[in-house]
Design a protein around this ligand. Structure first.
Ligand code: FAD
Length: 508
């Protein structure tokens, strides 16, 4: 089956739905791997969305904080756009009906998060911001007849006409049937890559499909080495891992290993309240030594736990853990990818006909590390700009004949085990601490998987591409910066203060 629309959007999280809404009145097809409202990190975002809405705040201060977190390599122009456009995007969500939290006097109740100099975090339902935004956007797209949502399909590859992107090859998740969707413009908004790691907070759909599709088509990728790990994901054998919000440590909970040692006191003067990557690495080192790590909230929070942290409490309870009387088992988990498909200030990739927005893109605003609550914002701001640019782009000349798409390959024997092995290799060698030895070991394992499974189906196909790109970029950066920490190059090298750009070697 072949269908044509003005624009295709792959992915139905905050980035994809915002872009689709802004593309109206064009005829837009949104392709979604799951049922709408599921399978998107957006739904799980707790902290909130950053914007300089307070009287004491300004876009320039927000931009300053964003660049400081980015550790010297953020794109200044794109950061300024991000901070400048933020308040207008929040106002639009309010107009669409988003029920953000308010103070008693009716103003937006702005929260404060680490490394933000002002209270600028817009929230909903305390810790349900992403869910509220997704719900609002879904209601809005349903109200537009020119937006067609196609659920439970997986985009496999881009349709190419020379180097121009003409559409997307898709398979139906239930039947495996192959379909071809063509359009004048294609937007990739497929979210993150957390699934390349054994431990992640990302949904199972976060397999880096957009990056892998764009890479296979020859697009340039950027900043692939920068992966942010959250220090305290709940280690109760679940995959993905639920998040234990930083606020639990903010309320005084301490980290101890199974010998009862409070190891953060030796790691940093600010102990448990040190920066995210410092705490995450300290926990990782404990785990590498064979220790387990727990978050002890018994004294600091105690009986108030169910009221103050109902979401975390419910997760603990489901595993038979009562944080009022025992430690919460935690481990660091892959949380957010700063890198992705290289795009300019209008979300244009290096391939004509292809745009990207949200976590799958690399605008450069996050530099080497993301400032908390800036990712939902980036998706809104750049999802909007992508749509503006598409509307102003002349229609491409008619396409030539498009070869039919082969149906998706079934998942072969051994692929599930290989996927798990790959995720373990990545967590141990290309995660919180990296070294040339470990990175070369990981590359050798990736090459071995590629040889054994040259036509991998299922999630392994894209995970291998993304794992290779992250590992190669990590090997090429001989310094430590932001989220990228090399034990053999522990210092930041000012001579390397620039973003990284790459292509998949097999297509370069
Ligand atoms: C637990 C958690 C908490 C977070 N908290 C915050 C926070 O407080 N503030 C903040 O700013 N950020 C937060 N983040 C990060 C933020 O949620 C994400 O970066 C953001 O939601 C990404 O939006 P997106 O639209 O790019 O991707 P997603 O919301 O992940 O959506 C991707 C979409 O693409 C679909 N898709 C993927 N592959 C395919 C394919 N091949 N074919 C078809 N469809 C496909 C998916 O099913 C999904 O619909 C958090 C992340 C997590 C995991």
């Amino acid at each position: 089956m072949q269908r044509h629309s003005d624009a295709i959007v792959v992915g139905a999280g905050i980035a994809g739905l915002m872009a689709a809404l802004k593309l109206v009145p064009m005829r837009v097809t949104v392709l979604c791997k799951t049922k709408l409202g599921f399978g998107a990190a957006t739904d799980w975002a707790q902290g909130g969305i950053a914007a300089a809405m307070g009287k004491d705040d300004s876009p320039s201060l927000h931009a300053f904080d964003t660049q400081r977190a980015g550790a010297g390599i953020s794109d200044e122009v794109l950061v300024d756009i991000l901070a400048r456009d933020a308040p207008a995007r929040i106002e639009e969500l309010l107009e669409l009906g988003a029920a953000f939290d308010r103070t008693d006097s009716g103003e937006l109740a702005l929260g404060r998060e680490a490394a933000h100099q002002r209270r600028r975090i817009v929230k909903a339902g305390g810790d349900a911001t992403g869910h509220e935004i997704l719900k609002t956007l879904i209601e809005a797209v349903h109200a537009h007849p020119s937006i067609e949502i196609v659920e439970n399909v997986t985009a496999d590859d881009l349709v190419l006409d020379g180097d121009r992107v003409r559409g997307v090859f898709v398979h139906d998740n239930a039947t495996g049937e192959a379909h071809t969707y063509t359009a004048d413009a294609v937007v990739l908004a497929t979210g993150g890559i957390g699934r390349i790691y054994r431990y992640t907070t990302n949904p199972v759909q976060a397999t880096g499909d957009g990056i892998a599709m764009a890479a296979r088509a020859g697009a340039v990728l950027a900043d692939m080495e920068f992966v942010q790990f959250h220090p305290t994901a709940l280690e109760i054998g679940r995959d993905p891992m639920p998040l234990v919000t930083e606020a639990v440590r903010g309320e005084g909970a301490i980290l101890v290993n199974d010998l009862g040692e409070r190891f953060m006191l030796d790691s940093h003067p600010e102990a448990e309240l040190a920066a995210r990557d410092i705490v995450a690495r300290a926990i990782f080192r404990q785990l590498q030594r064979g220790r387990t790590v727990g978050l002890d909230a018994r004294e600091s929070i105690g009986a108030k736990f169910p009221v103050e942290f109902p979401t975390v409490f419910a997760f603990c309870e489901s595993a038979g853990i009562d944080p009022r009387v025992r430690n919460i088992p935690v481990a660091p988990a892959a949380h957010y990818h700063m890198g992705g498909i290289a795009v300019d200030e209008w979300g244009r990739s290096t391939l004509p006909g292809l745009w990207a927005c949200g976590e799958t893109s690399a605008t450069g605003v996050h530099g080497a590390n993301r400032l908390a609550s800036n990712s939902l914002l980036e998706a809104l701001v750049y999802g909007t700009r992508v749509a503006t640019d598409i509307a102003q782009t002349p229609k491409p000349p008619p396409a030539g004949a498009i070869a039919p798409h082969a149906p998706s390959l079934p998942v072969g024997a051994g692929e599930a085990q290989a996927t798990l092995d790959l995720r373990n290799v990545m967590y141990s060698n290309v995660g919180l601490e990296r070294s040339e030895t470990g990175l070369r070991k990981a590359l050798a394992r990736i090459a071995a998987f590629e040889e054994v499974f040259p036509h991998a189906g299922g999630e392994l196909r894209n995970l291998l591409v993304v794992a290779r790109l992250v590992t190669e970029a990590a090997l090429a950066r001989n310094e430590s910066r932001g989220s990228h920490y090399r034990t053999d190059y522990p210092k930041t090298d000012e001579a390397l203060a620039r973003r990284s750009f790459t292509r998949l070697r097999s297509v370069a």
